[in-house]
Design a protein around this ligand. Structure first.
Ligand code: MP5
Length: 214
């Protein structure tokens, strides 16, 4: 079993927390309250916008062949911001909100992981970020009718192109792990596991289960 497959296997129970999550189930069924979706929209916009700094740290540590794929990833995230802005404008959602503590904690974790550890560890976190969203939105795609109001979001993360991107992340992770020292694999496992838990907390936050106002 490849390193990426091991990580997925080791974190199956966390994955099950949000596959599906009441939030994504609500999106698939079209029953999600607009205010709940809008909270996710504003917080995820912040996540992607600030998350580009995480990519920047990874770029600074990347082996040469991975510089361009990471710059392309940053460009994809930048383009994605237009999708958020367009939807926010259409729904009258303010995007200049403060980060929810769950968003802040996720971002701080990513920054610290990329800064403090060898490149492989940050890459493992990036793989967790992207694979988890791909799986979450692929579930939405498989469980909602085509042409629903959230089609753009589904297309963004559930597409074949995005699947190809997550495969690239997994294969590169495997190649990097094969060359890494054993002492780097443990923090990489931890970073992936922690990423999966932040994903769980992010969905909980979006749903508003903390009971706080958006
Ligand atoms: C992603 C995201 C995927 N947008 N939000 C969270 C909480 N996790 C993962 O990242 P991207 O930049 O949208 O591909």
């Amino acid at each position: 079993m490849s390193f990426a497959q091991q990580l997925l296997r080791e974190n199956e129970s966390v994955w099950r927390h949000w596959l599906p999550h009441p939030f994504t189930r609500g999106v698939a069924e079209g029953s999600i309250a607009p205010a709940v979706f809008q909270r996710w929209l504003a917080q995820d916009y912040l996540f992607v916008h600030e998350g580009i700094r995480f990519l920047a740290v990874l770029i600074s540590k990347a082996p040469s062949p991975l510089i361009e794929p990471l710059v392309e990833t940053a460009e994809t995230w930048r383009r994605e911001l237009a999708l958020f802005r367009r939807n926010a404008l259409a729904q009258g959602v303010a995007l200049d909100v403060a980060p929810h503590p769950a968003t802040r904690a996720y971002l701080d974790f990513l920054f610290a992981t990329a800064h403090r550890h060898p490149f492989l560890v940050g890459w493992a976190a990036l793989y967790g970020v992207e694979q988890s969203y791909h799986d979450a939105w692929r579930w939405v795609a498989a469980n909602s009718r085509a042409g629903g109001p959230y089609g753009e979001w589904v297309q963004n993360w559930a597409s074949d192109a995005f699947a190809g991107f997550t495969r690239f992340l997994a294969e590169t992770l495997d190649a990097e792990a094969a060359q890494a020292r054993e002492r780097e694999l443990k923090p990489a496992r931890q970073a992936f596991a922690e990423t999966a838990r932040h994903e769980a907390m992010f969905w909980d936050m979006a749903l508003g289960t903390d009971g706080l106002e958006p």
